[in-house]
Design a protein around this ligand. Structure first.
Ligand SMILES: Nc1ncnc2c1ncn2[C@@H]1O[C@H](COP(=O)(O)OP(=O)(O)OP(=O)(O)O)[C@@H](O)[C@H]1O
Length: 589
């Protein structure tokens, strides 16, 4: 059965030739052509800025690369524009990759500043090169043609542009609903969690920067043959800001917001350019002032843009469960019961003068639940972060299943089969529980960006969903599959994190205060889940303050105080230890 979204897409696709055949004045066809060209750039910004959280003012420069490449090559070499498109895409991909590799490691305001610098640099380069006609640009380009059919600047051009635009929108929607898409959706607020799931967030940042640049390049290629002339003014910083403006007003987090924003700004721009000077009585770029005020108002009252209002009203059908017969994901070999899984050897962490973790050593065997306990500030979470690679060690060694993982980043450790949850739940609130949990299985999938855009990833996608559902049912969360994760109460959120960690098919599970904020009944359910996992051979390291739970489920306890190892032993030995009692009660040992 067709999903509602697919029906909407089909209707939109059918509307394009109908509009082309309708007796619309040429002026409106030209307007639609500009809207299509701008919306193509905004589509890239939806992915980059709206979804990925990376602000770029430099998109117009990539439009310029697409436009100038085809202009120069068709005018000077007589190359077919259909070939120059690919040359332009090549130039764009390489330049975006270089700019991305340099700038995307920068956080905060450095990236927007770097894209401004990039936009300015390319603008002046285009304006100063003799070969590119300096500020006058290049004139006399031919319009696009297929054989003897001239695509021109009218209705055929409209069909071509909007077909490309719709194909781009569909590819983006497909991408966002896929294994790499979920990784991309985690960039904005969940980088630490994504890395712990084995995702290279930097690689995805560069990837979306390149994809957004490629969308801009295609727009530039079309624009050059539409206007039949190129000059730097269309690719400067002002235009870069305007593209961002369109995307933000339309709804930078929504694919359809790109079209809404481009249409609104283009139509309003044309209208205000005529209406405002007439109203005020003198000529001037008054529309820029109106846009500035509008932008401030939109950011204040409608930060998710206009499309978000429409999106809220659209019914959201739950994902149809079509994966019952999907193949199981490959499972890793598990250690035999009793084998040593984790060896922590004298790990130390110093924060300046403070030794938060001081030469801590302990082992975990397969099928064992080990509790790491101690008063507040004892260094438990830091130990946890040292083992999982979130923090680098000052000294010491960690062996996981016999291999040294001491210097590995968290994503590589996760790939080895060590999965974790977080003290403060980390999730993507606007994704469903199922999608959040499927992120845990990221390293067990292969599909990349292109196969996801083309939807040739469906067999693997179904396997990932099947695994996510299996793990949710394993811990009693089968009723929450399609719930939005951000709407869950604390208890189910923590269980969801455990299901996500289990999706990685771990040999060792590390749980950081899983009972924090849970009610009594939920704690009992959690204890049952932990015992069940243990009976299935799972090894677990548990950092927890709830002594009832710890004494109930753990086989072995490691007690820390002021960063050092106070003692370790069975729960009965620890309960009987005067030193431990003193540490918790704050009396002398
Ligand atoms: N990034 C950091 N920079 C400086 N000091 C830190 C940092 N992280 C932790 N610490 C300090 O290290 C010590 C151990 O902190 P840690 O969070 O590991 O303790 P904990 O046992 O997990 O405490 P709690 O039970 O309250 O979570 C504390 O004194 C803390 O202030």
């Amino acid at each position: 059965m067709l999903k509602k979204q697919n029906i909407a897409l089909l209707l939109l696709a059918a509307a394009v030739p109908l509009i082309a055949l309708a007796p619309l004045p040429d002026f409106w066809i030209a307007q639609l052509n500009y809207i299509g060209l701008y919306a193509l750039v905004c589509l890239g910004l939806v992915l980059l800025t709206g979804v990925g959280g990376l602000t770029s003012f430099g998109q117009a420069a990539f439009v310029g690369i697409g436009a100038y490449t085809t202009a120069w090559l068709t005018l000077n070499t007589g190359m077919s524009p259909w070939l120059t498109l690919f040359v332009g895409l090549g130039f764009t991909a390489v330049s975006a990759m270089v700019v991305g590799l340099i700038t995307l490691r920068m956080s905060g305001h450095y990236l927007p500043l770097a894209t401004i610098a990039w936009g300015l640099a390319l603008y002046y380069l285009m304006g100063n090169l003799d070969a590119l006609g300096k500020y006058d640009g290049l004139l006399g380009l031919k319009s696009l043609s297929i054989g003897s059919i001239d695509i021109g600047q009218g209705r055929l051009f409209f069909v071509l542009t909007w077909a490309i635009l719709l194909a781009g929108a569909i590819a983006l929607l497909n991408l966002l609903d896929s294994r790499p898409g979920r990784a991309i959706r985690s960039l904005k607020g969940g980088s630490q969690m994504a890395e712990a799931m084995g995702i290279s967030t930097f690689r995805y940042k560069v990837t979306i920067f390149v994809i957004a640049a490629l969308f801009a390049c295609v727009s530039g290629w079309l624009l050059a043959h539409f206007q039949r002339t190129v000059n730097p003014s269309a690719f400067g910083l002002k235009m870069g800001i305007e593209y961002l403006f369109m995307a933000v007003i339309g709804g930078v987090g929504h694919v359809w917001g790109a079209i809404v924003g481009a249409a609104l700004i283009k139509l309003l721009d044309d209208y205000l350019q005529v209406a405002l000077p007439a109203l005020i009585g003198t000529s001037g770029s008054y529309e820029v002032i109106v846009f500035g005020i509008t932008m401030v108002l939109v950011l204040k009252y409608l930060p998710d843009g206009l499309w978000s209002v429409v999106a809220r009203k659209l019914p959201k059908a739950p994902r149809s469960v079509d994966w019952q017969h999907a193949a199981d994901l490959p499972a890793r070999s598990k250690p035999a019961q009793g084998d040593v899984v984790l060896q922590v050897d004298k790990i130390r962490k110093q924060f300046g003068g403070l030794t938060a973790v001081n030469d801590i050593s302990f082992d975990i065997a397969a099928g064992q639940i080990v509790g790491l306990i101690g008063p507040n500030g004892a260094g438990k979470s830091t130990t946890f972060n040292l083992i999982t690679g979130v923090l680098s060690k000052t000294s010491g060694q960690v062996l996981f299943r016999g291999s040294d993982i001491s210097a590995m980043p968290s994503r590589d450790i996760s790939r080895q089969g060590m999965a974790r949850t977080f003290q403060h739940v980390k999730m993507i609130p606007d994704m469903t529980v199922l999608e959040n949990v499927a992120m845990g299985a990221y390293t067990r999938g292969r599909s990349g960006v292109v196969s996801s855009m083309l939807r040739t990833n469906q067999a693997e996608e179904q396997s990932l969903m099947k695994e996510a559902q299996r793990q949710l049912e394993r811990i009693g969360m089968g009723a929450y599959l399609h719930e939005q994760a951000g709407n869950l109460a604390m208890g189910p959120q923590r269980l969801m994190e455990i299901a996500r960690a289990l999706c990685c098919d771990p040999a060792l599970l590390l749980l950081d205060e899983p009972a924090a904020g849970l009610r009594h009944k939920e704690k009992q359910a959690l204890a049952a889940v932990l015992r069940q996992l243990q009976s299935e051979g799972m090894s677990i390291l548990l950092v927890e303050h709830d002594m009832g739970l710890v004494m109930d489920v753990c086989d072995h306890l490691v007690v820390m105080e002021f960063g050092t190892l106070l003692t370790q032993g069975t729960p009965a030995e620890i309960q009987a230890s005067p030193a431990v009692r003193a540490a918790y009660l704050g009396t002398e040992h």
